[in-house]
Design a protein around this ligand. Structure first.
Ligand code: VGL
Ligand code: ZN
Length: 201
């Protein structure tokens, strides 16, 4: 494999997903030194950033009478309601302060449309609205993608499954990811990734 055809895709290593944040993933900040070290091994490094407007429909407080982590039916299908997190421009939406963002070629923001959530770095949760990442990678001739970051069972898994479906060679470095693990979501995500042909390392 030509090194220039490989990319490390770092998913949502943001303060709100780390201990002390609004949607903290247990041990989330542990991935930071590992990811920083990995960046030198790839032809490209791409960071994603969960980036929601103030009135985002995935926030439980936008739906009176609902609790965080309950489910709701959106026009595009079932959606988990989350605590308010990663509001664009807020401290919680910033990358973890120790993440080496200077090494990134591209920072891709997702989840900025008020009425639709976006777990995957490729498609929003309606599974059809593209983020533009597919075109960017193809235009650069990048074919092999390695994923790391937060959270394994949501944004990392959705991104890796979409990558494999789009024809990229996709792998996930599980020890450079941490999970939310809601109702068995980690086991489900691992099964979906395997079925899609994602390599789990
Ligand atoms: C994520 C829930 C809501 C993630 C983002 O990055 O996995 N999870 N927004
Ligand atoms: Zn989010």
């Amino acid at each position: 494999m030509q090194p220039h055809a490989t990319a490390l895709i770092v998913i949502d290593v943001q303060s709100d997903f780390c201990p002390g944040g609004a949607l903290a993933v247990a041990d989330g900040e542990a991935v930071v030194p590992r990811i920083n070290a990995l960046m030198r091994d790839f032809g490209a490094t791409i960071l994603t950033q969960d980036w929601h407007p103030d009135d985002h429909a995935s926030f439980a407080d936008m739906h009176p009478g609902t609790a965080p982590f309950s489910m709701i039916d959106m026009p595009y299908g079932p959606q988990v309601l989350w605590p308010r997190h990663c509001v664009g421009g807020s401290l919680g939406a910033a990358f973890h302060p120790d993440l080496c963002t200077d090494r990134a070629d591209l920072i891709l923001r997702k989840g900025f449309r008020p009425q639709i959530d976006s777990y995957s770095a490729f498609f929003e949760n309606d599974r059809t609205t593209p983020t533009g990442l597919d075109g960017y990678l193809r235009a650069r001739g990048i074919t092999d993608l390695t994923f790391a970051g937060l959270a394994t069972d949501f944004c990392v898994a959705y991104s890796a499954v979409d990558a494999a479906r789009l024809g990229f060679k996709a792998s996930v470095l599980l020890d450079a990811c941490r999970a939310i693990d809601l109702d068995n979501s980690l086991q489900d995500a691992i099964a979906r990734m395997k079925t899609a042909g994602v390599t789990l390392a």
